[in-house]
Design a protein around this ligand. Structure first.
Ligand code: FMN
Length: 173
């Protein structure tokens, strides 16, 4: 079984700084498979069996994305809706993902304090990410601490590079 599957979801990677830098760095990691969902499914017609096979053949799943409207870009929701079927991902016979690890890797425009006590986003990021945690719980996966990069608009190239290194280090664990 392979180690880590990164399900990457950025609708416009050409204009991306953070997620593109992360993917370019992770491309060099032997134990990481990168799967660019928008490139694979520009029409959102997800190949369910192919995705289930890919997910089942890895020990750890990672959703990597820019935070959009307090959630992921739409294709990751579509991926969950289409791929995590009853009898495969959940239900008494649905154990395909049991025992795997699940991690989020996301960048946010809002600075860390915007998600803190009294911040303009009002809710801590951990609360906003609960649906992903609940999905991991229901499908029997261990929810690892998310990899977060906040306040991305003001980061230097060096800080972006360092974050890519840190993500690669997390995923080589
Ligand atoms: C449609 C859209 C929605 C966004 N929603 C949020 C949001 O809810 N919270 C936030 O902190 N940043 C939000 N942002 C900012 C993005 O998270 C930020 O631009 C992205 O993480 C940068 O990553 P990239 O360089 O890979 O594009 C949003 C950006 C767009 C385009």
């Amino acid at each position: 079984m392979k180690r880590t599957l990164v399900l990457a979801a950025h609708p416009n990677l050409r204009e991306s700084k953070i997620n593109r830098a992360w993917l370019e760095r992770l491309a060099g990691e032997e134990k990481v498979t990168i799967h660019d969902l928008y490139a694979e499914y520009p029409d959102f017609r997800i190949h369910v069996e192919k995705e289930q096979e890919l997910a089942a053949s890895h020990e750890r799943l990672v959703f990597q994305f820019p935070f959009y409207w307090y959630s992921s870009p739409a294709i990751l929701k579509e991926w969950q809706d289409a791929v995590l079927t009853y009898g495969w991902a959940y239900g008494s016979a649905g154990k395909a993902l049991h025992g795997k690890e699940f991690m989020l890797a996301l960048s946010t425009g809002g600075p860390e304090e915007a998600y803190g006590e009294g911040g303009y986003n009002r809710y801590p990021i951990g609360e906003l990410l609960r649906p992903f945690q609940a999905m991991a719980n229901l499908t029997g996966m261990t929810f690892l601490p998310p990899f977060l990069l906040h306040g991305v608009r003001t980061l230097s190239d060096e800080q972006i590079r360092a974050s890519a290194e840190a993500l690669a280090a997390r995923l080589s664990e």
